[in-house]
Design a protein around this ligand. Structure first.
Ligand code: GLU
Length: 457
């Protein structure tokens, strides 16, 4: 058996999109599942749109998701000599020719075709009448009869009539390969066995198969993965919310939650919803990739993230929350240990950002609006304060104090607990108040109570 070799071949013209990340994830998982190799190749031949910042963003996104590559990154612009050599091999074998038709004549040909209501396409018979010298585009001699097809590992058998394909440009006059040529030369040289990519490339595959064959290479298997749609059935775009992988990091999603989410976008394993990355690489197969488009559902991602937050180690979450707090200028050292805060809050949060929002109540002074207190409530709070000053400092003792005061002041629990919560935390909702008070510590609780009671006059 040949070693399985897959690749991810992004064009560095933007950030790592969730759609690209999902394709990368499937390619990576396929290599891992089969003990093969995963190759990273940067397709940077679009000189106007490719940037180093985008290369960095793509690599950062992949690293964050844990999609480690075994070879590369290879850059196509560093391989121009190789494409030239492959082009010459095709010329020598009669599979390609230099095109000397001047641009104006090509434009005129297109205009005539359009005027006749035809699809514009290169006309080899006309093109080959031109003779010339010096740099010129290299075109592929596409077979004009018959069909070209393959058995797609996701979509099943696909076939195209060759008559639909014209003589595409392989190399531009400046020596830069077109997408279809660069891909084939690279997939051959990198000994790729499985091309797993978005189904927006289905129409390119017949052309690539011809080029593979003309170069005398073994065809890889192809698997075209359906695209990702937004809730409205349109292709996923910024309109639907964040589409950049790193934006999800900023929003406080854990990478393993995003991996789990992306894995389930268009692939399934029975009814498994929550699974580890290692389970995924054990289970992943192309046979269970759905043939139809997948729909991106932000609520489901938030739900999954919540599940991962619940089971994440407190020390790890504390570090992530610490960074998030630092971004806001909040230091988490003067107050209870962040690990304990995170342990108390994590079951209630669906992102690191939300966890950090809640954690701020333990650090610095809460912003407490002046609240009007009915005299009996105020008296009860004064009593709570006095009792807390004396009581043992544990969650159950604090609970006893509050219950006792409720009883002796003939109140209902919420009549005391609500204002107490608001005074001490500045919020309407928190985890159980006794747990919050315990963690906040006696000194901070008494100080906050004293200030609020003074202000309430
Ligand atoms: N650079 C192409 C893209 O980003 C790669 C397609 C392929 O995997 O062949 O769409």
């Amino acid at each position: 058996m040949r070693e399985v070799r897959t690749r991810f071949a992004p064009s560095p013209t933007g950030y790592l999109h969730v759609g690209g990340a999902r394709t990368a994830l499937f390619s990576w998982a396929y290599a891992r599942r089969h003990g093969g190799k995963f190759v990273l190749r940067i397709e940077d031949t679009d000189l106007e749109r490719s940037t180093q910042a985008s290369v960095d963003a793509i690599l950062d996104g992949m690293r964050w998701l844990g999609l480690d590559w075994d070879e590369g990154p290879f850059f196509q612009m560093k391989r121009l000599a190789r494409y030239k050599e492959a082009g010459e091999q095709l010329v020598a074998a009669g599979h390609a020719y230099y095109d000397y038709m001047p641009k104006e004549d090509l434009d005129a040909l297109r205009a005539r075709q359009l005027a006749r209501g035809e699809k514009p396409r290169y006309d080899r018979a006309i093109g080959q009448k031109y003779r010339g010298q010096g740099p010129a585009p290299l075109r592929f001699k596409t077979p004009q009869e018959g069909h070209v097809g393959w058995s797609d590992l996701v979509k099943g058998p696909i076939s195209f009539p060759n008559a639909e394909l014209d003589d595409l440009v392989l190399l531009r006059a400046d020596g830069v390969p077109t997408y279809n040529f660069g891909v084939v030369v690279d997939d051959l040289d990198m000994r790729i066995t499985h091309v797993i990519r978005g189904d927006d490339h289905v129409n390119n595959t017949p052309r690539q198969i011809h080029i593979f064959q003309a170069l005398g290479g073994t065809l890889p298997a192809f698997a075209h993965v359906p695209m990702i749609l937004g809730a409205d059935g349109e292709r996923l775009s910024k309109r639907h919310g964040a589409t950049s992988v790193m934006e999800y990091q900023e929003q406080g999603v854990l990478p393993e939650a995003l991996v789990n989410y992306l894995a389930r976008l268009g692939w399934s394993h029975g009814d498994a919803e929550i699974f580890s990355t290692s389970e995924f690489t054990e289970w992943f197969d192309l046979g269970h990739v759905s043939r139809s488009a997948a729909q991106f559902n932000p609520e489901k991602l938030a739900w999954l993230n919540q599940q991962y937050l619940k089971s994440a180690a407190d020390s790890r979450l504390a570090e992530l929350v610490r960074k998030e707090l630092a971004k806001r200028g909040t230091r988490a050292d003067a107050g209870p240990p962040l690990e304990a805060v995170v342990a108390l809050l994590k079951d209630r949060s669906s992102s690191i950002v939300q966890l950090a929002d809640e954690a701020t109540l333990f650090y610095g002074e809460p912003h407490v609006e002046r609240i009007a207190l009915e005299p009996p409530v105020k008296e009860a709070l004064v009593a709570v304060k006095a009792a807390l000053a004396q009581s043992d400092w544990s969650r159950s003792r604090i609970n006893d104090v509050v219950k006792h005061v409720v009883k002796t002041h003939a109140l209902k629990m919420p009549q005391l607990a609500m204002p107490l919560r608001r005074i001490v935390t500045g919020r309407e909702q928190t985890p159980s108040i006794d747990a919050v008070l315990e963690l906040l510590g006696r000194e901070a609780v008494l100080a906050r109570l004293a200030r609020a009671l003074d202000a309430a006059g």
